[in-house]
Design a protein around this ligand. Structure first.
Ligand code: 5GP
Length: 190
């Protein structure tokens, strides 16, 4: 997606050979017009997949997921990282090892929200080693629903997440694929 790649080149900050910071449009401040274009692109990629629900993880997946949900006309669920007073029982819960925080946490979704008839599109902001996407996929499988696809805003193609997900048979669509962050600059894969 050219608009997204342009934005990454103009505003992305390479923090290390492994980590890209995009706080000006995705991870802290959000660019609504860009998110709308991202939602339309995900919708066009998955329009034929009979999606009934979108699942993402709070918080940075929510903006692109909601825009895709608006375009596809389906509800969006965000897996929650902390149990709250209003979300304690009757949950599907999975562990996720966070690439950026280097710690394990749990994500949960209410059992009421996913059922075996659902065909779920998983959306996330970044794909690194695939831990977040695999945790969401395990939740969908716990619910006996189907993972119909995985939509990623920025894939770091030099890490092995996409490979792992594809090996498990999932369709992965990434809107920008970063081949390298070496020497402080962003190189895209073809
Ligand atoms: P994975 O679970 O695929 O290893 O890592 C993906 C998750 O870690 C994403 O949900 C995202 O929050 C975070 N993440 C991984 N790599 C980066 C990165 O380079 N930049 C930012 N901002 N987040 C990242």
């Amino acid at each position: 997606m050219e608009l997204l790649k342009r934005k990454i080149l103009d505003e992305g900050i390479v923090l290390s050979n492994q980590v890209l910071k995009v706080d000006s449009f995705l991870n802290h401040q959000i660019d609504p017009l860009l998110m709308q274009a991202i939602g339309k692109t995900f919708a066009s990629l998955f329009r034929e997949s009979a999606i009934t629900k979108i699942i993402t993880i709070e918080s940075s997946g929510i903006a692109p997921a909601v825009m895709a949900g608006l375009e596809l006309g389906v509800p969006v669920i965000f897996a929650r990282k902390r149990k709250s007073l209003t979300l304690q029982d009757d949950l599907y819960t999975e562990k996720v090892y966070s690439f950026t925080k280097k710690e394990e946490s749990e994500v949960s979704i209410s059992r009421k929200l996913v059922s075996p008839v659902d065909r779920v599109l998983l959306i996330d902001d970044f794909l690194a080693n695939g831990e977040a996407a695999l945790a969401m996929a395990r939740i969908v499988e716990q619910a006996d629903a189907t993972v119909a696809g995985i939509g990623i805003v920025i894939e770091k193609a030099f890490q092995n997440g996409a490979l792992k997900l594809k090996e498990q048979g999932y369709r992965v669509e990434s809107l920008a694929r970063v081949a390298s962050l070496e020497n402080g600059s962003v190189e895209f894969a073809n």
